[in-house]
Design a protein around this ligand. Structure first.
Ligand SMILES: N[C@@H](CCC(=O)N[C@@H](CS)C(=O)NCC(=O)O)C(=O)O
Length: 202
């Protein structure tokens, strides 16, 4: 059975929980008390020297980075309905989307989310937050071009990209940016997926 080092408030961990639920894979959650800085202690640094969750454990094998974990599990299990496109160029574009999800949405989104959630307003880095909101706005406009004619980002069905986006788009209303209608509809659609609902509502 797989083990997943995780914390209930960790957005990146939630991605892997959603994937494991979506694929019905059996696993146990290993709680890492980020709030008590357990992730900075020697025992956890031996598991991930960067002190971050999630980390997948499979026997002696340890793997960190949420999207690397999901890609590994997806490749390992060879499901009849794979979430990776078979065609080389389509797969390359898919990987491009994953990187853009991380750099153009999750990263600037985290800047805003963590400031609003954990930092008193008088200490906000407002310029950095404004720049992040601008980047997110541009990202949404680019997603809109696909979502105007498609229900989902790749192959017109719920997939790996939606799993990666889900814990982050949950907070889209905090992002201080205009959300195009087709993007908002997509967000609601993703939030209604059973595996997403199960993980994000707990
Ligand atoms: N790129 C990593 C990011 C992981 C990450 O930043 N995890 C956060 C929780 S959401 C964490 O463990 N933070 C603890 C710390 O940095 O001290 C991934 O995709 O898994």
């Amino acid at each position: 059975m797989y083990g997943l080092y995780s914390h209930p408030n960790s957005t990146y961990s939630k991605r892997v929980h959603i994937y494991l639920q979506y694929r019905n894979l059996e696993y146990e959650t290993i709680h890492v008390a980020l709030d008590k800085l357990e992730n900075r202690k020697k025992t956890f640094l031996a598991i991930n020297p960067y002190g971050k969750v999630p980390v997948l454990k499979e026997g002696e094998f340890l793997l960190s980075e949420s999207s690397a974990i999901i890609r590994y599990l997806e490749e390992k299990h060879s499901f009849p309905n794979p979430l990776f496109p078979a065609d080389l160029k389509e797969r390359a574009l898919f990987n491009q989307w994953i990187n853009q999800c991380e750099s153009e949405f999750c990263f600037p989104g985290s800047v805003i989310y963590f400031s609003k959630k954990f930092i008193p307003e008088e200490k906000w880095e407002t310029k950095r937050m404004k720049d992040s909101a601008k980047r997110i706005g541009r990202h949404f406009d680019i997603l809109e071009q696909v979502l105007n004619t498609n229900q989902y980002l790749i192959g017109n069905q719920f997939g790996l990209l939606e799993i990666l986006y889900a814990p982050f788009i949950e907070h889209y209303e905090m992002m201080d940016t205009k959300v195009p209608k087709s993007v908002e509809d997509w967000i609601h659609r993703v939030m209604e997926e059973p595996s997403v609902k199960k993980v994000l509502k707990t």
